[in-house]
Structure formats: C-alpha cells, structure tokens
Design a protein around this ligand. Structure first.
Ligand code: SAH
Ligand code: F3S
Length: 481
C-alpha cells in the first residue's frame, strides 16, 4: 500500500484546464507520495508557460513525463513497467519524447539513459525550473539530464496549477528534502537536504486557494515539524544565522498559527510528522484553532528500542508513548496514524512483539504498513544484511495489518452515534447516490446526497461503520459554510 492522495490516482494521468494558445501536448503521471503529486503541479505550471497543455491520451502526447518513486523496490518496478508501455507507443509515434522526474531520476541519474533506452530526459526534484532548457536540448536531438540538488530551491515563487482537482482540497508544500537519515530511507539521497519555504509565499498560496473556493489544504513536507524559516537556506545552517534571523525565525507551530488565522474557514491538515521533531507547541496550536484538523500522521516504524536505534529514529518507545499521552491529553479526540516497517535487518520475534504491543497501546486509527525493502546507497543497505526471511517478513506484516484492522474498527465504532462535520469531496466510489468526505480525524464518511454539493461543510450523524469508513446521514449545514 503506497501512501498517496487517493489509491486510485496512482499513475493516473493528470489534467489541467487547457490554455487556448498552447499547442503542445504533455502527458504527465505521478507515482508515490503526495509530494510527488504536488511537484507534478509545479511541473505542469512551468510547462504551461512553454506552450504545453495536458492530455490524458498517451498516444497524442508530444512529451510524456513520469514522476517517480524510489521508496521501495516495488515502486521502482511499477515505473519500469510504465516505461515499457511508453516504449510501445513511441514505436508508433517516434517524435514523442519521454522524461523521468523525481526520486528515481535522482537515484539513477544518467544510468537511466543507459538502462532504459527510450528515456530522453532525466530530471531530479530540484531541477524542474530547468525543464524548458532541457526540453530544448531534447528537441535538438540530445539527451538531457539535470539531477543537481539545491540548497535553496523551494519553488516558492511558482504558483502551481491544480491537476485533477476536485476544487475542494489542495496540497501546499512547505519544506523540501529531509535531514533525518533514517537508515532504511532513500529520501535524503533523492530529495536532498532539508530547507523550508518562505512563510509569506505559503500564505499567499493558501489565500489564493481560498479565493478560488478551496476549503481544505494539507501542508506537505517529509518532516513538517522540522519547518524553520530564518530567511532562507538549509535547516542545518540555522546555527550560523544572525541573532536577528534567529529572533525572527518562524517554526512549524508559528506557521500553523499564521495559516489557521489567515483562513479561519479553511480546514488545515499537515503531513508528515516525525515523533522526534514534534513539539508540544504544535499540539497546542492544533488545540487552539478549531480549523486545524484533529489528526496526526505519526510514523513510528517499529516498537522495539533496539530496532528504533538501528533505524536511527532518534526517540525511544517510552518517549513515543509520552508524546502520544500528551496528544491525547491536550486533544482527546485526536486521531493518530502510523507507518510501520516489518522485517528490518536483525528484527527478532521479540522485536516484532514489541511492535504489536506498541500498537496495542496506541490503537491507531489507521496505518500504512510495509515489508522492509533494502534500498541501495542507504546506511542499512550498505551496512546491514537484509537477513529476515521473506516468509517471516510477510507473516509479521500480516500480523501488523490484522491488528491495525482490529484497531481501526475499534476507532470507527467509537464514532457511531456522534454527529460530525464533514467536508464533501466527491461522489462515493460505491454509489452515485452518496457523497464522500472526511471528518476532522481524516476518516472517510459516506452519506446520501440529498441537496448538498461538493465543497459543502455538512453535519452528519454517524449510524454505522466498517473499519475504514463511517456511514451516516446529513442533518444540516455546519456553521462553517
Ligand atoms: N517522512 C516521510 C516518510 C517518507 S517514506 C513522509 O513524509 O511520509 C514513507 C514511509 O515509507 C516511511 O514512513 C516508511 O514506513 C516507509 N519506508 C521508507 N523506506 C522504506 C524501506 N526501505 N522499506 C520499507 N518501507 C520503507
Ligand atoms: Fe525518510 Fe526518515 Fe526523512 S523516513 S523522509 S529519512 S524522516
């Protein structure tokens, strides 16, 4: 299971409103995390100025771009399969150019051109502003590669076009890169060092979204709690900042406060939080503003202190429990979700039992669970043998998933009988007579359409549930409309 905006969106081609003066056709699709979907919107925005409109029809495209994910081996295999499909189309339309963007581009660099002969263009996550030049190179018959990682780039000056938008929810990226160096993770290598975006440009984007009628934004970063603006530059260079820069710095709690105040009618979400960087002031900011959703995605990866240490997660099991206790004390109705990795090198049955008992303590609302996948170049890839038997990894993963399903049901059952505010996002997948939206806690809620419409905030009485979905009936508009 990949962590995405919508499972169904993986690999879907993304479309924008066409500009009549544009004649070239861009087919762009995204795999992997929300950040990739958000980056594709930046890319489409840059290319709209270069005469490209988006198309959903691969056969029509002049340029095909695939925004790729390297997080697990399977994610890379999915992209390789897509390249085979593009290759078949390229045989019919030899003028079509193919570019690889994102984490796989960064990881494999020019090796891509050797390994996948059909690829004309390789562009890493910090080089999208160079796309117009790179495309000219390709048009002149040369291959083009730019995988330079940046200390500064946040794309803060680019107003992204919204791809495949429901007009209600949008992503706003606030940090890029990650400095945490979890030993299993390829992200610090593919997305570079951590830097934060100017809060002013974040506010402008949020205000612009509100003016366009959007009702909910998700602030995105690999590690949002680590957000720190002190005039630009890398997070790791903050120590070298001037006294003035230090005194006027904006941290994540400050940013949440600013955004929540600027648009009190908008729902604010954020993802992802790292337990070692989440501070009490963030939880307090959430409690203070009713428009900040009561939901924290708080990956833990393992419940064993020994494994947490080997993963370079800089907190213990006990510290994690203390954080959970604080969250529940300050925001009793806060939902919490996890990411978990089964079968990290040297994981024993006892370590695995520690993971299950940690889950028992927290009883997460939902989770994203993975079998460990060794990534070349990471510390774990270089130093630790991938020694947990495949069968054990799979079984442990299954046990984690089953326990999570039990806890998810426990959490959704607690909601039955309550009346909650839901923001309508789309038609239910299962029935054209029902709307689907989320409550503040991020659980999907489905209810009969009546006369409500997409983008309405509606009070819904919850009457039934599954482990993943709440079912209810609207009883009227909420005060927020
Ligand atoms: N901070 C990031 C984490 C990105 S990776 C964020 O914004 O979500 C998402 C999840 O993928 C991680 O939390 C971890 O559970 C999983 N993951 C990362 N590397 C992995 C690997 N090598 N094998 C298996 N799962 C991995
Ligand atoms: Fe990866 Fe750890 Fe950063 S999971 S994205 S290195 S917080």
């Amino acid at each position: 299971m990949e962590k995405v905006i919508d499972e169904k969106q993986q690999g879907n081609s993304l479309v924008t409103t066409p500009k009549p003066e544009n004649s070239r056709k861009l087919f762009i699709e995204s795999y992997g995390c929300q950040m990739n979907f958000s980056d594709s919107e930046i890319v489409a925005s840059i290319l709209a100025k270069e005469g490209f409109n988006t198309t959903q029809n691969l056969e029509d495209a002049d340029l095909v771009l695939v925004n790729t994910c390297s997080i697990r081996e399977k994610a890379e295999q999915t992209v390789r399969k897509r390249l085979e499909k593009y290759n078949a189309v390229k045989r019919i339309n030899p003028k079509m150019k193919v570019g690889v963007l994102g984490c796989m581009a960064e990881r494999l660099k020019s090796k891509f051109l050797e390994e996948e002969k059909i690829v004309d263009l390789v562009v890493g996550p910090d080089a999208y502003k160079d796309l117009p030049n790179l495309i000219s190179e390709v048009e002149e018959g040369r291959n083009a590669v730019n995988v330079i990682l940046s200390k500064e780039e946040t794309y803060g000056d680019i107003s992204p076009v919204r791809l495949q938008s429901n007009g209600v929810t949008a992503f706003v990226s606030i940090t890029r890169g990650c400095d945490n160096m979890c030993t299993f993770c390829v992200v610090p290598f593919t997305r570079g060092r951590e830097r934060s975006r100017n809060p002013q440009s974040i506010l402008e984007e949020v205000n612009d979204l509100a003016a366009k009628g959007f009702k909910e934004i998700t602030l995105l970063g690999q590690n949002v709690d680590s957000y720190l603006w002190y005039g630009g530059g890398l997070k790791k260079d903050f120590e070298k900042a001037t006294e003035m820069q230090k005194a006027t710095a904006v941290n994540f709690a400050n940013l949440l406060d600013m955004v929540a105040k600027a648009q009190p009618k908008m729902r604010i979400r954020f993802s992802t939080s790292n337990p070692q960087d989440m501070t009490l002031d963030v939880i307090e900011a959430m409690a203070k503003h009713q428009n900040i959703c009561k939901y924290i995605h708080l990956p833990v990866q393992s419940g064993s202190d020994r494994i947490l240490k080997k993963m370079n997660r800089l907190h213990t099991r006990q510290e994690y429990f203390e954080l959970i206790d604080n969250i529940k004390k300050i925001i009793p109705d806060c939902a919490i979700s996890q990411d978990m990795i089964a079968g990290f090198p040297t994981e024993t049955e006892e370590d695995h039992q520690d993971t299950l008992s940690l889950m028992e303590y927290v009883k997460y609302d939902f989770g994203f669970m993975f079998a460990y996948s060794e990534r070349p170049g990471t510390m774990a890839g270089r130093k630790f043998e991938d020694d947990v038997l495949e069968a054990d990894k799979k079984r442990r993963l299954q046990e984690i998933i089953q326990l999570q399903q039990k806890h998810s049901l426990y959490r959704t059952e607690q909601q039955v009988g309550k009346t909650q505010e839901i923001l309508i996002e789309k038609e239910s997948k299962k029935s054209d007579q029902h709307w689907s939206g989320r409550n503040s806690q991020n659980t999907m809620v489905v209810f009969p359409k009546e006369n409500y419409k997409i983008g309405d905030f509606v009070m819904v009485k919850i009457t039934d549930c599954t482990s993943a979905t709440l079912i209810g009936e609207a009883i009227g508009y909420s005060d927020n409309n």
